[in-house]
Each structure stands twice: as C-alpha cells, then as structure tokens.
Design a protein around this ligand. Structure first.
Ligand SMILES: [Cu+2]
Length: 392
C-alpha cells in the first residue's frame, strides 16, 4: 500500500529539486504515482507501467548515492522500501584477475572477477533508479573485460558499451526498469564469453519494487537478513598423473580447458567460489523468528536450491518481483543464466544445509552451504520421541 509517509517523501523530493527541473519532475512524479497505484492493485502490473523518459538535465538533477559493494554472501546496506523518488546509484567495479583455489585438494583457476570475489558483488537498487557503473580494468590485467546486465535494456545489456582493455575504465548508466533479481556477467565476445563466465566473472543485481517486496495479494513482505549465493561451475584440467594443473596466468589454459568445457561436465560446482566457502566459521547466520532472503544466481547451468529442514515460504523462482511469488516450496529451480530469490522465516534452531538438490553436485562437486540458526527449539514442530536404541 502507498503510505502517507512515502507520498510526503515524494513531495519533499519535488521541493528539493531545482526550479528549472521541477516541472519535469512533476510529470515524472505523476507517472511514478500512477505506477505505485497500479502496484497496489496488482503486483504484476508495477513493472508494466511505462515510465516517462528523463532528459540528461533531469537525470543530472536526481539525488546521487554511492553504494559500497561488499563481497558475497553479504549484501550492501539498503532500504527495502525506497524513500523519495528515483536516484542515481553509483557503483564501482574493478576487474581483478588472480589465482583462485576452488577446493582444498589443490584445484586452482585463474579467476577473473569483479571486485575480487566469486561471484561478483550483489548490487541493490529500486525500480526506476539509475545504476551508474564505473568499470575499471587495471593495467596489471592481461584480458579485456566488459559487463552484460540482464536487468538492463539495450546494447547487449551494456556489454557493447563497456569493453575495457587493460589500463582502461568506462562508465555505463542504465535505468533499472524491471523489478527482480538478475545476473550480470562478462561477455567479451565469442569463446571468451563462456570462458570468462566459468572463471568467476558473474554476479547479480537486486532491483526492489519501490514499495518493497509483497506477496502479490497486497501484503508487504520484509526480510531481517539477506544473503547472496552465487553458484559457479569450474572446469579444472588435470595432468597425466591426475593432479590438478596450474598455469602462469589467465588464458594460459585455453588448450586444456576448452575440451573440458565442451563436455559440459564441470569438475566443481560451488557456492561463492570454493568448496565449503559458506560452511564452518563462514556459514550464514540467522535467529529463530527471522526472515531471511536467499538470492541465488547461476550464470551458466541450471540449479535446484533446497533448504534442508526448511522451506521456501515465498519464492520468486524466475527472479521477477513483478510476479506473484510461489509459496511453500520444497525445492525450486534456477535456470542457467538467471537469479531467483526465496524468503524463509526460521522456526527452529540448528544447522541447516542450503544446497543444490542435485545431490551429486552438492556433495561430490561442492554446491552446498550452511545456515546456523540460534534460538529455542519448538517441540511442537519436531521432537525426538525416542532416541535410537538397540531393538529388543
Ligand atoms: Cu571478463
């Protein structure tokens, strides 16, 4: 529902704008309010409403905020319900190529990363915000990179406008017109597209509805925590003795890695870059009674997230927040090349396993993580009536 406070915020936003831009902002705010009204009637109409285009002058007059990106599974600080009107959200990503251990048995790749993590950082904004990315490719790298945002419209998702050779930087601005979770990835062209993606160069953006998430029936949905899980398939060559091969730099493994990629059989399928990256001390954390939003991306292969001992209370399986979420799911499906989101309220303490429920991919290849939940056990939900004992 459109709150009075938010309506006031919109008015104060108008007042704060420059006199020369105010008339245009009035037209924009009207379009925005129509969109918001539509959103209160039907969740699936909010992103369908055409928004007025802004001129460069009008965009220049919008508030600008810098978003500090953080390494997954953490997500940047953000509001769930947008205060005020659209903003320009400034982010910076630096391409960093570096050796990367993918397990504890010596398997290593030259990862190509955004900001040094696999996956790249989660970006968060609201529908109709503008995302302004500065993409840097330091001269210490040897590969050309770019970025294709599935959340954006035009020019190969920005891929055609963001090619940066080592030593270059570029700035891309796009308007986040569609609410949902979407992947982004490097797409420098030809075989380099899958090569960069399966060496870690992908991530996700969450474009929240301005009014926050809802169940599609007029009820808001809020989360106490959010985690971003990026699932990654790796194709690591072995030598004639079966040992993992190591290389001096990115691209040095072409002759060995492409034949493995073409088998479509990964050597590793992991969450957040490494087998066990989200277990032990690095496990995700929550408390009984908290609602946790799990954002899950897979830029290349299909996946089947499942929370052992819990459920997907509300699941935007295909990622679009304009759709009514599915409810009470046991396992959901992430299409290769997409992200999805699942909201769950924890009711019992303990260690939960969040995994890809292709159990071979989870247990043998690495696609598993832990959520450690603190709180009081509820015997009503589950009780061990008799401990395992020898049968008489
Ligand atoms: Cu790249």
């Amino acid at each position: 529902m459109k709150s009075k406070k938010e309506a006031l915020d919109r008015r104060s936003f108008l007042k704060a704008s420059t006199a020369s831009g105010a008339a245009a902002f009035g037209a924009f705010a009207l379009a925005g309010n129509q969109s918001a009204m539509a959103a209160t009637q039907s969740a699936d109409s909010s992103s369908m409403t055409a928004m007025a285009s802004l001129s460069e002058e009008e965009i220049a007059a919008l508030p600008r905020v810098k978003q500090e990106l953080v390494a997954p599974p953490f997500v940047p600080e953000h509001e769930q319900v947008a205060s005020g009107g659209p903003k320009v959200v400034e982010i910076t990503m630096t391409c960093i190529d570096k050796p990367w251990a993918v397990d504890d048995t010596g398997a290593e790749v030259w990862a190509m990363t955004y900001n040094g993590s696999v996956p790249g950082p989660l970006v968060v904004c609201h529908q109709d915000d503008y995302v302004e990315l500065t993409l840097k490719n330091p001269s210490t790298n040897t590969m050309e990179h770019n970025i294709d945002f599935h959340a954006s419209t035009g020019a190969l998702g920005g891929g055609a406008l963001t090619h940066v050779a080592p030593g270059q930087e570029t700035v891309l601005r796009f308007r986040a017109t569609k609410a949902g979770v979407y992947i982004y990835h490097c797409a420098p062209g030809g075989p380099m597209i899958p090569y960069h993606v399966v060496h870690g160069m992908n991530g996700a953006i969450m474009v929240l509805p301005r009014d926050g998430l809802s169940d599609g029936k007029g009820n808001p949905l809020r989360y106490d925590r959010a985690y971003y899980i990026g699932e990654q398939d790796f194709y690591v060559p072995r030598d004639e003795n079966g040992d993992w091969k190591k290389y001096d730099g990115p691209a040095h493994n072409f002759a060995d890695v492409f034949p493995i990629m073409r088998t479509l059989i990964p050597t590793h399928i992991v969450f957040n870059g490494k087998v066990g990256a989200l277990t032990g001390d690095a496990a995700m954390k929550a408390k009984v009674g908290e609602s946790v939003l799990f954002i899950h991306s897979q830029a290349n292969r299909d996946s089947r997230p499942h929370l052992i001992g819990g459920h997907g209370d509300y699941v935007w399986e295909a990622g679009s927040f304009a759709d009514v979420p599915e409810t009470g799911l046991e396992t959901w499906f992430i299409r290769g090349g997409s992200a999805g989101a699942a909201l769950y309220t924890f009711h019992q303490p303990g260690v939960y396993v969040y995994l890809n429920h292709n159990l071979i991919e989870a247990v043998e290849l690495g696609a598993a993580s832990h959520v450690v939940v603190e709180g009081e056990w509820n015997d009503d939900l589950m009780k061990q009536v008799k401990k395992p004992t020898q049968m008489t």
